[in-house]
Design a protein around this ligand. Structure first.
Ligand SMILES: NC(=O)c1ccc[n+]([C@@H]2O[C@H](COP(=O)([O-])OP(=O)(O)OC[C@H]3O[C@@H](n4cnc5c(N)ncnc54)[C@H](OP(=O)(O)O)[C@@H]3O)[C@@H](O)[C@H]2O)c1
Length: 340
């Protein structure tokens, strides 16, 4: 049965659906993660929730980092009762607020002995021209800058925990993405919400590349992944998912193209647990297979420049004072405090 809950395409059945057969299958690794602390952003629904469920089943200590605590508690309760794991925790994290990210990271750093895996999963796609609390275009702010700051604030913990893994959930959409350093924030040109999503997903891979170089020798790895086309709430802001035409006419065809959130979570789970991926870093995975991303995601200079400007925007100490990297954003700098 096909429905349109929350403006997103949702299918109310648990049986295999046509798209599942073209899905890349389930995680090929049976490795467990007993006692490992795993943070998953945007874990109240979609791919993030299924990633949390499976990693809880495999023995992980799961921190579900979400902006809506009611939804987060509900999802955590469901996972605890289904997996019989007591170690599934709901924590507040709004990636559209640098203050919230800093508070979350501070709490985790103080309270957790280890952080072994960080899955930067949360995402927003094709929303109207919204801005984050700090004045960043929403998709760039949440999908890239929010995770950039969060990761950097948790790096010491990940390093000290030994053999940490970071997983950045990107998208095939990066292939048509471009980083516009002259107007990252869409203040000089007409807003194109699709292009803004693609820019943010390209940024995820460039961040992965630069971070892997910076982490070389630290024992912590970072990889990016496209999960496939998955039936989640990601399309909630797109007109297509709201129209009768798409639900009644396109709906049945859509079923052949998309897979369930359970299968959509398999690539993140694979990158988090697979023993054969030990030491693999800076790579891009298309579902469960390592592949070359688009050429613009492999450019060293773009990756370095994006890092520098991102560090500046979120108030992290930059290791480059190149004046070309000065921001042209209208950003609320009151919330952008430098890290000591
Ligand atoms: N679905 C696909 O076909 C597909 C394809 C390629 C890549 N991806 C990527 O997969 C990831 C997961 O997406 P999904 O498909 O599972 O979508 P989803 O069902 O819409 O889930 C997105 C999650 O991100 C959270 N989120 C959004 N804004 C946030 C913020 N400011 N702070 C904290 N959390 C926030 C959402 O929380 P709320 O519920 O509170 O909004 C939700 O938990 C995304 O990075 C997406 O780009 C998905």
């Amino acid at each position: 049965m096909l429905g349109l809950g929350n403006g997103a395409l949702s299918i109310s059945c648990t049986r295999a659906r046509p798209g599942d057969y073209a899905s890349g299958g389930t995680c090929p690794s049976k490795a467990t993660v007993s006692g490992k602390t795993i943070i998953i952003t945007g874990a109240n629904t979609g791919i993030g929730k299924e990633t949390a469920r499976e990693l809880a089943r495999r023995g992980g200590r799961i921190i579900m980092a979400c902006r809506d605590m009611e939804k987060c508690e509900t999802a955590a309760r469901e996972i605890r009762s289904e997996t019989l794991s007591h170690h599934v925790y709901a924590r507040h994290l709004n990636l559209a607020s640098l203050k919230s990210i800093r508070e979350f990271a501070k709490k985790v750093t103080e309270e957790e002995v280890n952080v072994n895996v960080l899955i930067n999963n949360a995402g927003i796609m094709r929303c109207p021209y919204w801005k984050t609390e700090d004045g960043f275009e929403m998709q760039f702010g949440v999908n890239h800058l929010g995770h950039f700051l969060l990761t950097n604030l948790l790096l010491e913990k990940l390093k000290n925990s030994g053999n940490g893994r970071i997983i950045n959930v990107s998208s095939l959409a990066h292939k048509v993405g471009q980083i516009d350093f002259n107007d990252l924030n869409w203040e000089k040109k007409k807003y194109d919400t699709k292009a803004a999503y693609c820019q943010s997903k390209l940024a995820n891979i460039l961040f992965t590349k630069e971070l892997a170089e910076r982490l070389d020798g630290s024992g912590v790895t970072v990889n990016a992944v496209h999960p496939g086309v998955v039936n989640t709430e990601l399309g909630r802001h797109t007109g297509m998912h709201k129209s009768n035409f798409s639900s009644t006419i396109l709906g049945p065809f859509f079923l052949f193209l998309v897979k369930s959130p359970h299968l959509g979570a398999q690539p993140s789970i694979y990158l988090a647990v697979a023993e054969e991926l030990e030491g693999i870093s800076g790579k891009y995975f298309d579902v469960n297979k390592q592949k070359d991303p688009a050429p613009q995601a492999l450019d060293d200079e773009t990756a370095r420049r994006l890092w520098e400007i991102s560090a500046k925007l979120v108030g992290l100490k930059s290791d480059n004072s190149d004046p070309q990297l000065q921001s042209t954003f209208t950003v609320n700098m009151d919330n952008v405090s430098a890290v000591s």
